[in-house]
Design a binder for this molecule. Structure first.
Ligand SMILES: Nc1nc2c(ncn2[C@@H]2O[C@H](COP(=O)(O)OP(=O)(O)O)[C@@H](O)[C@H]2O)c(=O)[nH]1
Ligand SMILES: [Mg+2]
Length: 419
């Protein structure tokens, strides 16, 4: 195998380079955006796309196989029964794959000591419901009898990561509406499902400024390490500043020097005051010094949602400020189970809204939908990339439901919009 690295101004050019150099068989192993020269963190640096690609160099044995005469290939027609059989067992294979993954994670969780018992029982429960869903052939048979459009919708939503219980609920609801008549065609069904799913969503918690007499809105972004809290704060601060709002930044993330430096750089570039705070008492003082700011954004340390002491510590900081709101920040590319665990543990604290980051990296948005519907916590923002300030938008059904039914359009779309 030959592995090579390329740099280009955009993905399109990178792919052309790869194809020209390695040929049409080349596969892209990884891509990332890097800054070349200029200031750090994307505001002024030149962005280039770095792509690592590889092409197989066939071994002597492989060459012999690929050189086999054309006539030995089975005709397309003779493949039909195999295709049908493969399609029939596909859901079961998918399911077995997922069960294997769960079993692997169960085995590793078992080694993790404190709290592992709870997680194991959660996993076992989830595993049981997954198995019963898979072996519940009567459900699938029923769907087939009602017409393939229901089955197709169910399979489709399953692939989008929507939880089985929501799919079943949705289908039952649509069935109740059709009054036992013939199943609608798939197009109509998708239309109805999308609209019903849209009705279950609540978007709120966008940060514009104070909505009471205080004249000030104080919002802390909380969540696990690395989800993008600091980057999101920089995006929000930049957007608010551009709209003429007076913004103040506070960081209580003093665990890592790099974390403070990261926010300091953003604050400097945006020309926004930043206070670094070490104790709940200091936090009160910092807020006093931001009396004239209309919005104060607080960056917090990435707490491991499994570390109760760290969460209690964060709670003490938040308790020191009257009227503070929180936005729990979650990566849209993490699994349903990870998100659920994070929300469960962070709900020791008050959660006023959800921000989902890294939509650009998410394979599908089913878990975002599941967690939102399960908890009923409104979604405030989506972020769609590493670029500050542009890769953020106010959360909308158009993006979430649109991405589920047109998955190829799940990438960057626009900056913050106001509909
Ligand atoms: N792809 C992608 N990366 C993001 C996004 N938001 C943040 N990141 C990256 O995620 C990494 C961690 O971000 P950071 O803001 O330091 O996370 P924090 O630990 O929660 O404060 C950085 O490399 C960010 O550039 C996003 O929407 N999409
Ligand atoms: Mg941070």
């Amino acid at each position: 195998m030959q592995v090579r690295r390329y740099e280009a101004v955009d993905m399109n050019e990178a792919v052309q380079l790869v194809k020209r150099d390695l040929g049409p068989e080349a596969v892209i192993l990884s891509t990332r955006t890097i800054n070349k020269g200029g200031a750090k963190f994307g505001l002024f640096g030149r962005q280039v796309v770095e792509v690592t690609a590889a092409v197989e160099t066939p071994s002597i044995v492989e060459r012999k196989v690929t050189a086999a005469p054309e006539k030995q290939k089975p005709s397309l027609k003779s493949l039909e029964p195999f295709k049908a059989a493969t399609a029939a067992i596909e859901p079961v294979i998918d399911g077995i794959g997922q069960i294997n993954q769960r079993l692997d994670s169960l085995a590793s969780n078992n080694d993790e000591g404190q709290g592992a018992g709870d997680r194991v029982s959660d996993d076992v429960r989830e595993l049981k419901s997954m198995i019963s869903f898979l072996i519940d052939q009567s459900l699938e048979d029923k769907l087939i009898k009602e017409g393939k459009s229901f089955l197709a919708l169910s399979r489709y939503l399953q692939n989008q990561g929507v939880a089985p219980e929501y799919i079943q609920g949705l289908i039952q609801e649509i069935k109740a509406h059709t009054g036992g008549g013939p199943a609608p065609d798939l197009r109509t069904l998708i239309h109805v499902a999308a609209s019903r799913m849209r009705d279950c969503l609540t978007f709120d918690g966008r940060i514009h400024g104070a909505d009471d007499q205080s004249g000030q809105k104080v919002v802390a972004l909380i969540g696990p390490t690395g989800v993008g809290k600091t980057t999101t704060i920089a995006k929000l601060a930049s957007d608010l500043t551009m709209k003429g709002k007076k913004v103040g930044l506070i960081t209580i993330d003093t665990y890592r020097i790099a974390a403070v430096e990261q926010l300091k750089i953003y604050a400097k570039i945006l020309n926004i005051p930043l206070e670094v705070v070490l104790s709940p008492g200091d936090l009160k003082n910092a807020l006093r010094s931001f009396k004239r700011a209309e919005v104060v954004l607080i960056d917090t340390a990435g707490r491991s949602q499994r570390d109760i002491a760290q969460l209690d510590d964060l709670g003490r900081f938040l308790d020191a400020i009257e009227g503070v709101e929180t936005r729990l920040t979650l990566s849209a590319s993490s699994s349903d189970r990870q998100m659920e665990e994070t929300i469960r543990n962070f709900s020791k604290l008050q959660i006023d809204g959800l921000i989902f980051t890294k939509l650009d990296e998410a394979v599908n948005l089913g878990p975002v939908y599941n967690q939102h519907v399960r908890t009923g916590i409104p979604i405030s923002y989506f972020t769609t990339g590493q670029q500050v300030p542009e890769d953020i938008e106010e959360a909308s059904a158009k993006r979430l439901i649109g991405a589920m039914f047109k998955p190829d359009q799940n990438k960057k779309q626009q900056t913050i919009n106001h509909n």
